[in-house]
Design a protein around this ligand. Sequence first.
Ligand code: ISE
Length: 336
Amino acid sequence: MADLRVCVIGTGAMGTDHIIRINSRMSGADVTAIVEPDSARAAEALKHAPGAKQFANISDAIASGQIDAALIATPGAFHEEVLMPIIAAGIPVLCEKPMTPDVASAVRVVEAEVKSGKKIIQVGFMRRFDEGYIQLQSEIAGAKLGELLALHCAHRNPSVPDWYGNEMLIADSVSHEIDIVRFLTGSPIISAEVKQLKRNKLAPERLNEPILVLLETESGVIATVEMNVSVQFGYQVITEAVFQKGVCEIGRSNGMTTWEAGRSSTAEHVSYLTRFARAYDDEIQAWINAAKIGQIGGPSAWDGYMSVAVVEAGLKSLKSGAKVSATYIAKPAFYN
Ligand code: ISE
């Protein structure tokens, strides 16, 4: 089968990383088009996709007949307007998380996909492809250590870019835990509660963090999430699972350990792009393989919606400090 001709929409750090990934490490696909309004960014991205055509918008790219699939890596606020023409055209799409910024738009996307009759949206929750999370999920499902009682998640970024605002703590960052907690426990999240931890004075003025988020599942598990985006030292995502008869932990650095001058040190990641490099590769390869046979190879638009619903509860709690329930529309049979 011919290689999938992929159009990447949004060529910031994530979009460019995906372009490099698809053109250098993935099989069965090529980036043949980009949509990027910023000409400097577009020029930079095109260096990694020589010969790719630049389009003004996704509709023009679709109308050209020169693309088979799309990968959306713009900020979440622009996803719906890009997704709608893609759904109408029925081409497979990998949409980075969050699927959309709020519940109303997430419902519109889900309804449009259901109406189209074809499951084409895969949402970019790459942690589901991380070896550690996959192992932990099977440990929980297998119940060798008994029932899962609690999860402790630490999500630490060294720093964040200028455009990262306070609400992004939940919408952009904790959204990963929101999805992965449901993936690990197999149970929907019923409430979110945000506590302010002692503020890190090294955090940019506009951010009030670190925060502690409590996510409660229908099955009765509480996941604590320390969300911290000014830790300075590196990038760390660690998850500890507490069972009746034991504890499992994933995500500690497996970088090189050096013994020198009376001390030992282990290299830590400094970015999610390296911490989850393998997960991104596996995610995108699974998407390509599935797209070629008209399927999705990972989390669906329904998973995207389920996470947006909890993000919305989390954002309310970020403002009020109160525990906020997450509620959901009925699951369309289409997603069963
Ligand atoms: C970013 O968008 C990501 O997806 C990273 O995985 C996360 O660690 C970071 O906080 C987000 O801003």
